[in-house]
Design a protein around this ligand. Structure first.
Ligand code: ADP
Ligand code: F6P
Length: 325
């Protein structure tokens, strides 16, 4: 396909925001403009597309954003986008606004929307953005690195006070459907327990026995990292305190771990992925998703990508157990 076929690229962010999305937006805008391609920003994901919340983006539109968390394009969940009539309307609106290439920064759900638009003649490329790392085709997703580092720092703080009071702390980290953040934090924070839905083996009796054994050997604190997918941290804390007699507190980190200034890795990889999405569109590609696999930036067909599966790293999981013995 002719390199100059694409005249206007639209860019949107969809699903949960993630630090580093702004770096990707900036890269899309600047990589396109330098090739003489116009860029239209679409606010609030597919919702904004259906509502025609679309504006021209210039190089200056993305000045001073690479260091900021969140997404300057805002994001939204748009449940009606699963309906074919909404997808027809969105494709028509893209055409109306001259958008012949679209970069969708988000997760699997957002890529399903992108595939629907590709089927309707809009060239689309997805860029993986989610703190959860739960996109199967890629070893890296924009925002995971920052979110893990934020959570690790927070857990260190909880540990200080937990140790001072000789308490048990249950710290709940994000990841409704995936325990990657919990696993990384568990290892990085040297937690005594990591609870993730993918390896659900929550056995309170065993945990209580372990706490009691540790206390007998003089251990002053006990850190349990609990993934959001398991949840129930407050009740768990009450039960553990009642049975062990060790004061126990639950801390749910929540959305604090989704915000904040992106790490260098999220800025750099976000930039590479955003620019690569533009390169793909200009090369005539459509229905693709950018990925980072086996230390290489690559791309996959969206349906192929959505058909892939990913599990928790078993070695890392076993390691976390070995190191917390
Ligand atoms: P993520 O993109 O992070 O996986 P969601 O699953 O919430 O987040 O999806 C984000 C948005 O993508 C949804 O609000 C909806 O607009 C769109 N979307 C999700 N699933 C589909 C689908 N099957 N078909 C079309 N659009 C979808
Ligand atoms: O997908 C990212 C994520 O932060 C999940 O870890 C979490 O379960 C979810 O989004 C929270 O979504 P919301 O911001 O809509 O409460």
């Amino acid at each position: 396909m002719d390199k100059k076929k694409i005249k206007t690229i639209g860019v949107l962010t969809s699903g949960g925001d993630a630090p580093g999305m702004n770096a990707a937006i900036r890269a899309v805008v600047r990589a396109a403009l330098i090739e003489g391609v116009k860029v239209k920003g679409i606010r609030r994901g597919y919702m904004g597309l259906l509502e025609e919340d679309i504006f021209d983006m210039k190089s200056k539109s993305v000045s001073d954003i690479i260091q900021r968390g969140g997404t300057v394009l805002y994001t939204a969940r748009c449940p009606e986008f699963v309906i074919p009539e909404s997808q027809d309307k969105a494709a028509e609106l893209c055409k109306k606004h001259g958008i012949d290439g679209l970069v969708v920064i988000g997760g699997d759900g957002s890529f399903r929307g992108a595939a629907a638009l590709a089927a309707r003649g809009i060239n689309t490329v997805g860029v993986p953005g989610t703190i959860d790392l739960d996109i199967s085709c890629t070893d890296y997703t924009i925002g995971f690195d920052t979110a893990v580092n934020t959570a690790v720092e927070t857990i260190d703080r909880v540990r200080d006070t937990s140790t001072s009071h000789e308490r048990c702390s249950i710290i709940e980290v994000m990841g409704r459907h995936a325990g990657h953040i919990a696993l990384w934090c568990g290892i990085a924070n040297g937690a005594e327990e990591i609870l993730i839905a993918e390896r659900y083996d929550y056995d309170e009796v065993k945990i209580i026995q372990k706490i009691n054994r540790r206390r007998e050997t003089g251990k002053k604190h006990y850190i349990i990292i609990n993934a959001e997918g398991i949840g129930d941290s407050e009740n768990m804390a009450k039960r553990i305190e009642a049975t062990t007699g060790m004061e126990t507190r639950a801390t749910i980190i929540g959305h604090a771990q989704r915000g904040g200034s992106p790490t260098a890795r999220d800025r750099v990889y976000g930039s590479v992925m955003g620019a690569r999405a533009v390169d793909l569109l200009l090369a005539g590609a459509t229905n693709r998703v950018v990925a980072y696999k086996d230390s290489q930036f690559v791309d996959f067909d969206i349906e192929e990508a959505l058909g892939m599966t990913k599990d928790i790293d078993q070695y890392m999981y076993d390691l976390s157990k070995r190191l917390s013995k």
